[in-house]
Design a protein around this ligand. Structure first.
Ligand code: KG4
Ligand code: ZN
Length: 332
């Protein structure tokens, strides 16, 4: 079954062609970061307008690279939530339009389910049940994946998402948006123990919190000025260590509490080098298996939406022309 996956929920316009929910034939991402960077974050209206410009060229490119035409496609999967309403509507209307023009069916896919199921594109993918931690710009949520389509939210951030903490910290430090990658790169040459930033691990539940960490970075900068040179490397490494420490601890604690032995990390922040390493290390120390999608599949892409759409289709979900975008669609 050939699925065309379409993603426009935030600031990446992405399309991919995936076979049987497992084999990526093409995966095209057109990012808008250069457009949003000067505003220090995603401007929803600019995102919608640029999706309109990019979406058909991206779809065309995905089909061309897969050496397929719309005639070959069996299903169009599109992110219908959660995300920015205007941005979601662009992808959804395109999916409906393509469906109407070609007679091919379409289905709405959940963006978070896409992040979680991107792991299926690994050759050695875990079969449910597993624990999946989605860490992105908009979400930090821990799910028990009992089966495909059967998810239970078991922990989440009480305030900022992990990616948001990265992006806000980058802003404090005068680094470009989005801040995850620049901080990750600067941290490589820093001392993670230079500054002991707070770790918020509220109680023995599975929630996390990052607003205190962000404020702590702000106070540090207010006291010592914006760091330069080695001090900047050290601050980035110390901040990164705090985020990775909290998330990896919670993940393995959740595995113990809920009796899971397969763990999945996904979403844009799962591209983070220290988080990947620490999760893997802590999981292995406890005899748990840690599954990490390749970095390219961590940030928003169309392939993950093709997988989520394929699974939704197999569960019997069908899109019809009344399907509305749901900016706050809860996967569970
Ligand atoms: O999943 P994603 O592409 O979009 C959302 O659904 O939000 O995640 C984007 C987030 C941004 O906050 C970005 O700063 C963060 O992922 N990110 C990283 C890294 N690469 C991207 N955070 C930490 N380390 C990275 N290497
Ligand atoms: Zn995402």
């Amino acid at each position: 079954m050939l699925v065309l996956g379409l993603e426009t929920s935030c600031d990446e316009t992405a399309a991919a062609v995936v076979e049987d929910g497992r084999r990526v034939l093409s995966d095209v991402v057109s990012t808008q970061v250069d457009i949003h960077r000067r505003w220090g974050g995603v401007v929803p209206e600019l995102a919608s307008r640029n999706h309109i410009v990019q979406v058909m060229p991206v779809v065309h490119e995905a089909l061309t690279r897969a050496d397929k035409t719309l005639d070959d496609v069996d299903l169009i999967a599109v992110t219908s939530g959660p995300g920015l309403i205007g941005a979601l509507l662009v992808g959804l209307q395109v999916a409906k339009g393509l469906s109407l023009a070609t007679g091919k069916p379409f289905v709405g896919a959940n963006h978070l389910e896409g992040h979680l199921l991107a792991i299926r594109l690994l050759e050695d993918a875990p079969a449910p049940p597993f624990l999946g931690l989605v860490v992105s710009g908009g979400h930090t949520s821990l799910y028990e994946v009992r089966d495909y389509g059967n998810y239970r939210l078991v922990g989440r951030t009480r305030d900022d998402a992990a990616g948001e903490a990265y992006d806000k910290t980058a802003r404090i430090l005068g680094l470009p948006y989005p801040g995850g990658q620049p901080i990750d790169e600067l941290a490589q040459k820093g001392d993670p123990e230079a500054i002991r930033f707070p770790r918020a691990l509220p109680g023995d539940n599975l929630d996390v919190s990052f607003s205190g960490l962000k404020t702590s970075v702000l106070h540090h900068v207010q006291k010592h000025g914006v760091p330069q040179g080695q001090a900047l490397h050290d601050l980035c490494a110390s901040f990164q260590e705090a985020v990775a420490d909290v998330l990896s601890k919670k993940l393995v604690a959740a595995a113990k509490k809920l009796g899971h032995h397969q763990l999945v990390l996904c979403g844009g922040v799962a591209a983070n080098s220290r988080l990947r390493a620490l999760c893997k290390q802590r999981a292995e120390e406890r005899g748990l298996r840690m599954f990490l999608p390749p970095v390219r599949l961590c940030t928003d892409n169309g392939a993950m939406i093709a997988v989520a759409g394929y699974e939704a289709w197999r569960r019997g979900l069908r899109g019809d022309f009344r399907l509305a975008a749901d900016p706050a669609w809860r996967m569970e």
